[in-house]
Write a protein that binds this ligand. Sequence first.
Ligand SMILES: *Cc1c(COP(=O)(O)O)cnc(C)c1O
Length: 420
Amino acid sequence: MPRTDAMLADRRLVAAQDRLGRGLVKAAVAGAQQRVREGVTHPRDAVDVALSLLPPTACGLRPVVNATGVLVHTNLGRAPLSPAAVAAITAAAGYTDVEMDLADGRRARRGRTAMAALAQAVPEAGAVHVVNNNAAALALAATALAQGKEIVVSRGELVEIGDGFRLPELLESTGARLREVGTTNRTALRDYQDACGPGTGFILKVHPSNFRIEGFTSQVPVRELATIGPPVVADIGSGLLRPDPLLPDEPDAAGTLFQGAALVTASGDKLLGGPQAGLLLGEAALVERLRRHPLARALRVDKLTLAALEASLLGPAPPVRRSLHAGAAELMERAERLARRLGDRAEAVSTVARVGGGGAPGVELPSAGIAVDQELAVRLRRGDPAVVGRVTGGRLVLDLRAVDPGQDEIIAAAVERACT
Ligand SMILES: *Cc1c(COP(=O)(O)O)cnc(C)c1O
């Protein structure tokens, strides 16, 4: 049996320890020794086997090619970052001037350039703040503005987002009381007016971002809610800063503020295409109250988030936005090229892609992809990088809308490997 210390002293495994740390390399060595013990590996090959067992990085997360046709896929990490955002993260990874003005050497406002970029993107906001995610933004608003008071909200907007996350429970956990008004399908201005009074902290408007109620329905727009008196807090969900002609029913931050919302909350990693973050935009005095609240410190974002958010706002369009706006004909061309390359193993097909849990429920985006034998699904999912598609009609469809064109070749190679 090759000794552990002798194996760890091998030049290649020393280099691996510099890259991955001793623990991961020792685990791979133990795995190789186990194979020697079982007689599957010759002792002389133990180091080679240990090298083959090393993980690619010191992190268990593996890269995935998202061929599901769902642009914002929560299980796959929502928005992929743009190369500009990745470069910004790398630049900020070391020591960085996140809270120092290098010109005069004094303390400066944390993340001021990211805040300036957000403020510039939405001039309708008197001030902006960024927290860990949209749930944190809502928790902060409820704590700072409605603790011991009431949040008036329509019964049609008491939503569950996913993984059992229920907005009403989050809001009540802050010590605010929910005052539900209206019914599931219909709520009128009168319902809100009757419920509002001295005990009202704010009126909450929640965008139903992952479902639709159709038929005999009515909701009250922010424009009308803003006439009642208490501040209107609007959770727009997906993080569109300005209207998008492709998504006419999706509220945007600028438009919602223009309608009279005192505060808008949104996610950074949905349609905005940035890192996980909760955006708060609104009246300067309100935002300042939130920023100064003790809880704000517990919800603070790190320098990497600030870096990625700023680059997503100022840099080239992030991948989610590019995927959203890709033309169906261009996607079909890519699918046909892939299908030609793969011969009888794949067929180009028209598909329907979706925005996903991040917003725009019901919006169908015409798309294209390749259909392959559904038996390949498991092998592709377990490959490196993993390729995840969706099984429909007895075949595995790899939808190209959420796939960067630079990854088409990776898909072709992965399918070829999975076929052999
Ligand atoms: C996604 C979503 C949330 C939760 O946002 P996170 O950033 O995941 O915390 C809250 N409200 C709405 C309307 C959403 O769409």
